[in-house]
Design a protein around this ligand. Structure first.
Ligand code: UTP
Length: 300
């Protein structure tokens, strides 16, 4: 199959992981629903897709899917109470998430890995290129990444992944890419990928982060991808097959992202996301910054 060069209109958001790093908070609640200041993490991700022009969103859910679906649905009872109180500000906040995008849902069943979650999207996506946004990866709204990835796909076809330079000692926590440069300073050609390599085996300190623009050829490759690391079907393994043989679905390029990104499935990064976004909010920021400055000076 050759690379399909249509424009992208659909976003897939895998949100069926178990979130074990965040137990017990994630025992009965998906980690994507944990609040970052006053919005669940997943709402930032859907907003990012919509900002990039992708208002058809398919969420891949697992157990505990109800809160995710409810959050993007209308809540007539709450809306009625707020309307009767004349509280227009809160009413707008409640309606924002249900007016955001056209939402679709598919169940993954067993969480057999990110690659398997993406494969569950095939009946909805069909034979079109599409974007994948990991539901627990928050890209700061001021640092647009997806638009740049779409532009790279328009230019080169194939698939585009997002990469970030990390401390080489931490590369074992990510997928790592083997790359060569292109004419664009922030774009690389990917020749190989390995999921969570040991520090010694990592081809580079360029880590895969949770945004992808994928050629539909990835579905056929995923179907043939055997379970890899951790017994899960790894998206990185399918992308490695695409990178190794461009006749399958075009080349694989990487956009090297240098903006702000938070892994909200990691407790430390989650706390950093909240502090940073709260400090920068116009409504909460001034008071919160004063408190934080005093706290740091006095207690630390
Ligand atoms: P993670 O590696 O963060 O998985 O998945 P996890 O299992 O949720 O987290 P921990 O390590 O147990 O805390 C990366 C993304 O892929 C999704 C997750 O929801 C997350 O957005 N995912 C992962 C699925 O949708 N299905 C899976 O089977 C695995």
């Amino acid at each position: 199959m050759t690379s399909s060069r249509n424009r992208i209109s659909k976003a897939v958001i895998p949100a069926a992981g178990l979130g074990t790093r965040f137990l017990p908070a994630t025992k009965a609640t998906p980690k994507e629903m944990l609040p970052v200041v006053d919005k669940p993490a997943i709402q930032y991700v859907v907003e990012e897709a919509v900002t990039a022009g992708l208002s058809d969103v398919l969420m891949v859910t697992g157990r505990n899917k109800r809160p995710l679906e409810d959050h993007f649905d209308r809540n007539y009872e709450l809306e009625e109470v707020l309307r009767n109180k004349g509280d227009a500000t809160k009413l707008t906040r409640v309606q924002e998430s249900s007016d955001l995008a056209t939402m679709h849902y598919v169940r993954q069943g067993d969480p057999k890995g990110l690659g398997h979650a993406v494969l569950c999207a095939e009946p909805h996506v069909g034979d079109e290129p599409f974007a994948v946004l990991l539901g627990d990866d928050l890209i700061d709204p001021r640092d647009p990444l997806l638009a740049r990835m779409n532009a790279v796909r328009d230019e080169h076809g194939g698939s585009v992944i997002a990469l970030m330079e990390v401390d080489p000692e931490t590369i074992h926590l990510y997928g790592s890419a083997s790359v060569s440069g292109t004419d664009d300073e922030d774009v690389v050609r990917v020749s190989g990928l390995v999921e969570k390599p040991s520090v010694a085996d990592a081809p580079s300190n360029l880590a895969i982060i949770g945004r992808y623009v994928l050629d539909p050829a990835v579905f056929a490759v995923l179907r043939d991808t055997a379970p890899g690391r951790g017994g899960e079907i790894q998206l990185t393994d399918a992308l490695q097959a695409l990178a190794a043989d461009p006749s399958l679905g075009g080349p694989v390029h990487g956009v090297v992202f240098r903006g702000r990104r938070y892994d909200t499935g990691d407790r430390g990064d989650y706390l950093r996301a909240i502090v940073r976004l709260a400090c920068e909010r116009e409504d909460l920021g001034p008071d919160f910054r004063d408190w934080l400055r005093a706290y740091v000076n006095k207690e630390m």
